[in-house]
Design a protein around this ligand. Structure first.
Ligand SMILES: Cc1ncc(COP(=O)(O)O)c(C=O)c1O
Length: 418
């Protein structure tokens, strides 16, 4: 692995090698993570890194952009095909910059944006006071029903009528349920707003046709290409043909400079891979594993937010177990299971403590773990929660977790041997 760096910068090489070792030996369950195929790793570091180009295929600011045009055009065509979209922009660097690209295309300072509350599932780029955009736009929020813990569409509709936003954002970071895009599109139309769907978390499930697509209903769809999409660390935006010109201008020169062609090449690979039966089977297993984990944890006495899941995320309320999100995250990390503490709806704890954890099933499903292994993971999690201060207990759990994940290689044998 990294055969040149190994010689020229052993210090750096050893850090990367240690990270590989960590990923190999841990049960990675961060919901925004997945394992990039080897082709994505290869292409992300390819020779396209050397090329600077700005503008769009056929209309570049730099000479020597013939191959750049080919790779970006290929990625655009594959994106349109796999998502059934009228237009695609592949130039944004991440899910966050994809959102900025849409905002830049359609909003003016002071415009009103209606989005999901951060503490009930929304994302930092959807109007958090700590994100700089909160100084630019006027954000108003909708949330979930306290009983069902699912989006309260009636209240959302009322809020849209009252606030008349320019855009309504659907999509979230920690929402385990399907979103009714058709209903949200009707609400947006009635309020005279654009509908933007940020599908950063669920793009892989959408591409595989495992959950419904927002593309037919939304004016704009933004996304990361990591998370369930399993691609490089980058972004993508889809839109209706009527918004194509505005979107492209909003992205370049609106928000980005020269494009990351190597990453665009990696995205092109992922967009092809997402259309394969192999990818679909993995995405189906992701959802099956998430449902199994929710059921098993419920049986162990945890409370699952909204009572279950429709996607790759399980949101766990730890209060029945008398442990905070921070404490449980740290105990699980010791054991070799990586999750993150997370606010749950109406959480009485502060964001750095929390009453919950968010668990994602993508990475382990890619590694081949199925329901039988999810049952084992739930049992380990329960054993940790029963006695999180007991070192003997934690060490026993660690041994079980290590033995379990050792049966499922992260990458094929020899993948990183020079
Ligand atoms: C809903 C949502 N949008 C956008 C992002 C940002 O994506 P990125 O980390 O690729 O910038 C995230 C990241 O978690 C997210 O959950």
């Amino acid at each position: 692995m990294l055969k040149n760096t190994r010689v020229t910068d052993p210090e750096l090489h050893s850090i990367v090698a240690a990270e590989l070792d960590r990923q190999v030996h841990n049960i990675e369950m961060i919901a925004s993570e997945s394992t990039a195929p080897l082709e994505v790793l290869e292409l992300s570091g390819s020779i396209f890194t050397n090329k600077t180009t700005e503008g769009y295929p056929g209309a570049r600011f730099q000479a020597g952009s013939q191959e750049a045009d080919r790779v970006e055009s290929l990625a655009i065509e594959r994106a349109k095909k796999v998502f059934g979209a009228e237009h695609a922009n592949l130039q944004t660097y991440s899910g966050s910059t994809a959102n900025y690209g849409v905002f830049s295309a359609i909003l003016n300072p002071g415009d009103t944006v209606l989005s999901m509350r951060l503490d009930q599932g929304g994302h930092l780029t959807h109007g958090s006071p700590v994100n700089f955009l909160s100084k630019v736009y006027n954000y108003v929020f909708y949330g979930v029903d306290p009983q069902t813990e699912q989006i309260d569409y009636d209240a959302l509709e009322k809020r849209a009528e009252e606030t008349r936003p320019k855009v309504i954002i659907a999509g979230a970071s920690s929402y385990p349920r399907l979103i009714d895009y058709e209903r949200m599109s009707k609400i947006a139309k009635k309020a005279g707003a654009y509908l933007m769907v940020d599908m950063a978390h669920v793009a892989g499930l959408v591409a595989a046709g495992v959950i419904p697509s927002p593309v037919p209903y939304a004016d704009f769809v933004s996304s990361s290409t990591t998370k369930t999409f399993c691609g490089p660390r980058s972004g993508i935006i889809l839109c209706k043909a009527e918004h194509a010109k505005a979107l492209d201008k909003g992205v370049f020169p609106g928000t980005v400079g020269s494009i990351h062609l190597a990453t665009i090449a990696a995205k092109a690979f992922s967009l092809r891979y997402a259309a394969t039966p192999e990818f679909r089977a993995i995405m189906e297993q992701v959802v099956a594993n998430a449902k199994k984990l929710a059921a098993e944890l419920t049986a162990h006495g945890f409370r699952i937010v909204s009572g279950g899941t429709d996607n790759h995320i399980v949101m766990v309320d730890l209060r029945p177990k008398g442990i905070t999100g921070k404490h449980f995250q740290n105990a699980l990390e010791y054991v070799g299971i990586t999750v993150n503490k997370n606010m749950i709806p109406f959480d009485p704890e502060k964001p750095f403590i929390t009453s919950g954890v968010r668990i994602g099933l993508t990475s382990i499903s890619q590694r081949g773990l199925k329901e039988a292994e999810v049952i084992e993971i739930a049992a380990i999690m329960n054993q940790v929660a029963q006695a999180p201060e007991d070192q003997v207990n934690l060490d026993a759990c660690k041994a079980k977790a290590e033995a379990l994940i050792a049966r499922f290689p992260l990458y094929p044998a020899g993948a990183f041997e020079d």
